[in-house]
Design a protein around this ligand. Structure first.
Ligand code: PMP
Length: 461
């Protein structure tokens, strides 16, 4: 029997062999991966994933910050199956609409912040970002200010990997590849207090970094700036939670200079921070909001841009076609799964549980790790957290890249049963929102064990 024959039983080795020979992975050094072979994941159960050898791992990352309801929600599977058997596909182009996407847009408008009542659908976070970038510039064209084209984002932000999203994002290494990137995009320093606070209080630093946006707007000329983009919490940049003074000041600045504010809620949306959206946790209201991931709990691809009144009024009242959209904008099966996701979030009061119970429990549990010699600082709110690893706490000294501290902690964590991600020397955690108290206890215990093993290894070296 050939390995690619349908139904042929495959061991981890066989999967790895096929994977090496034919599969190019996202964000991967293929040569390095092929030298060791991929971990093959075959099943999910609640908050755990299971690999081809039957090893079970607690999923501290909810897949890629998305499987918010855990892995075996029959309601989501049934919603997809029912929709696929009724109408597997129809588009929303050319004066037609499918019912799940209409219903989803209306349901989303009941949970988005006041005024963000219209939804444009796409399929991935990157596509939602491209949509918001084009929409912001199109808005100013339609408003008779076509010279407002500049977009401002932050260093070390992540907004996706299409060419537009790469151009907008502030990931240095990523930006070096595949250019030239799009023009009229500027970056300012990120609000990372622990790493870059330089003796300022958190509150001062938040205002200071927000005002860099004001300086940039003035340098470019407010009449040339279309929008400021930001993740409420920088996720892929290492879970960087801004000081509480930051976002309200950014909002004030955007209003002052008549610049649109776009919140990239791809990670923070749908309860991750204990509110429906991160902007609600941080106290600001954007003009546009991108969403994806938790929208369908990762079961099917879907994303969207929630559009506030000002931009929606222009689209609705001005008339004229916005030449933008995707074959699968508002795919009926994905929309049906997103509707079922909203039902579960609401019926089971999952977001309230993140805010009042499991979020604080998770944050408190993690902070017991602050006594560990490798843990310099822990950032987090709700069910998202970043742990900064340090060589020494006082004076604060970060590791050299060659120490590979983050990778070591991650590898020990995985060997001990917890999927955790390393972003340089920041450990990222974002477990399913349905994680139990016992599973949080397990998670914290495994992180400590991984830190201990890393300390022993680095000490020995
Ligand atoms: N924005 C943010 C904040 C993200 O975290 C991500 C993905 N991690 C994206 C956009 C891009 O989403 P996608 O990978 O679905 O294109």
């Amino acid at each position: 029997m050939n390995h690619i024959d349908k139904g042929a039983p495959k061991s981890q080795d066989i999967w790895q062999d096929l994977d090496r020979r034919h599969h190019l992975h996202p964000f991967t050094d293929t040569k390095a991966l092929n030298a060791k072979g991929a971990r093959i994941i075959t099943r999910g159960e609640g908050c755990h994933i299971v690999d081809a050898e039957g090893k079970k791992l607690l999923d501290g990352m909810a897949g890629l910050w998305c499987v918010n309801l855990g892995y075996n929600r029959k309601e989501l599977v049934e919603a997809a199956a029912n929709q696929l058997s009724t109408l597997p596909y129809y588009n929303n182009f050319f004066s037609t609409a499918n019912t799940p996407s209409v219903e989803l847009a209306a349901r989303l408008a009941t949970v988005t912040p006041e005024g963000l009542d219209h939804i444009f659908f796409a399929n991935s976070g990157s596509e939602a970002i491209d949509t918001a970038m084009r929409m912001a510039r199109f808005f100013w064209q339609a408003a008779g200010k076509p010279e407002k084209t500049w977009l401002i984002a932050r260093d070390n932000s992540y907004h996706g990997s299409t060419i537009a999203a790469t151009s907008l994002g502030g990931q240095k290494e990523m930006r070096k590849q595949g250019g030239p990137l799009l023009g009229d995009i500027a970056h300012v320093a990120q609000p990372y207090h622990y790493g870059e606070g330089d003796g300022m209080s958190e509150d001062e630093f938040g205002l200071f970094r927000a005002r860099l946006i004001e300086e940039k707007i003035l340098e470019l000329g407010p009449e040339r700036v279309a929008a400021v983009f930001g993740e409420p919490i920088q996720g892929a940049g290492g879970v960087i939670v801004p000081p509480k003074t930051y976002w309200p000041e950014v909002e004030r600045i955007c209003r002052k200079y008549d610049v649109l504010l776009v919140a990239d809620e791809v990670i923070c949306g749908f309860g991750r921070t204990g509110s429906w959206f991160g902007c609600q946790t941080f106290g600001f209201t954007p003009d546009l909001m991108t969403m994806a991931k938790g929208m369908s709990s990762g079961y099917l691809p879907i994303s969207g841009v929630a559009v506030g009144r000002r931009v929606a009024d222009m689209l609705i009242e001005n008339g004229g076609e916005f030449y933008h959209g995707f074959t699968y904008s508002g795919h009926p099966a994905s929309a049906a799964v997103a509707l079922a996701t909203l039902d579960i979030l609401q019926d089971e009061k999952i977001i309230e549980r993140v805010r009042d119970d499991i979020g604080p429990y998770f944050q408190k549990g993690l902070r017991t790790l602050l006594d560990h010699p490798l843990v310099g600082h822990i950032d987090g709110v709700g069910l998202i957290a970043g742990i900064a690893l340090v060589k020494s706490k006082t004076p604060k000294t970060f590791f050299e890249t060659a120490d590979k501290a983050g990778v070591r902690v991650r590898d020990h964590s995985i060997s001990n049963g917890l999927m955790m991600r390393a972003v340089g020397d920041r450990m990222a955690l974002s477990p399913p929102l349905v994680i139990s108290h016992e599973e949080v206890d397990d998670l914290v215990r495994i992180v400590r064990r991984a830190l201990d093993l890393t300390l022993a290894e680095i000490g020995a070296a």
